[in-house]
Design a protein around this ligand. Sequence first.
Ligand SMILES: NC(=O)c1ccc[n+]([C@@H]2O[C@H](COP(=O)([O-])OP(=O)(O)OC[C@H]3O[C@@H](n4cnc5c(N)ncnc54)[C@H](OP(=O)(O)O)[C@@H]3O)[C@@H](O)[C@H]2O)c1
Length: 192
Amino acid sequence: MNPSLIYHVTSSLDGYIARPDGRLDWFDSLRKADEEYAFQYFYSGIDALLMGRGTYEALLKRGGPWPYPGKPCVVLTRLALPRATDEIQLTHCTPAQAVVALNEAGFQRIWLVGGSLLAGNCYTAGLIDEVVINLVPHLLGAGIPMLATGMERSLTLSDQRRFTSGTLQVHYQVQKQVSLPRQIPAPRINAA
Ligand SMILES: NC(=O)c1ccc[n+]([C@@H]2O[C@H](COP(=O)([O-])OP(=O)(O)OC[C@H]3O[C@@H](n4cnc5c(N)ncnc54)[C@H](OP(=O)(O)O)[C@@H]3O)[C@@H](O)[C@H]2O)c1
């Protein structure tokens, strides 16, 4: 299996992944059993998670148990934050270095959880292989965009599904134009 970085995200119809203040209330309560099942299926097929500090802090703020158990999670940050579980590794490196380190540690399918800043930088660096968007039938009007930075690119639709909530899931493959820099020193990521 080829290594893949998959940006799997929930978005409003107008392209926002959170309200301007970061709240996710507009889709959290909508999620029904079929969508949860689809997410669990996706989750069972990924090996590791990559997320930005903003997303990690938002998850910490929500409280409760760590929502993504059983998989290593690399959080990119310059800060020394508390680790919610032993599976979390806080690292200060480029996304390319983190992806190479995860691949070298044996993790092939990596879920790019977000958020906007990290995903935008991964996208412009040519690191994203697949994009899975859960399009919620809701217009926010303002918020945190799906990709904070971007560039023009055509994607290939590989799958689509419709959930009872009215959410549509669209799955795209990204044609890569930039190759992964393999020669850069990568941080050590612990194998599971
Ligand atoms: N709807 C969804 O499915 C979904 C999914 C994910 C997130 N979200 C939401 O998105 C919001 C967070 O997104 P965000 O854009 O504000 O933050 P983010 O992308 O999660 O995190 C950005 C931070 O990550 C660190 N970082 C390290 N290397 C980076 C790099 N190369 N590029 C970018 N960031 C890097 C920086 O923190 P340091 O300054 O510490 O280095 C940066 O400030 C939250 O509200 C979260 O709930 C929604």
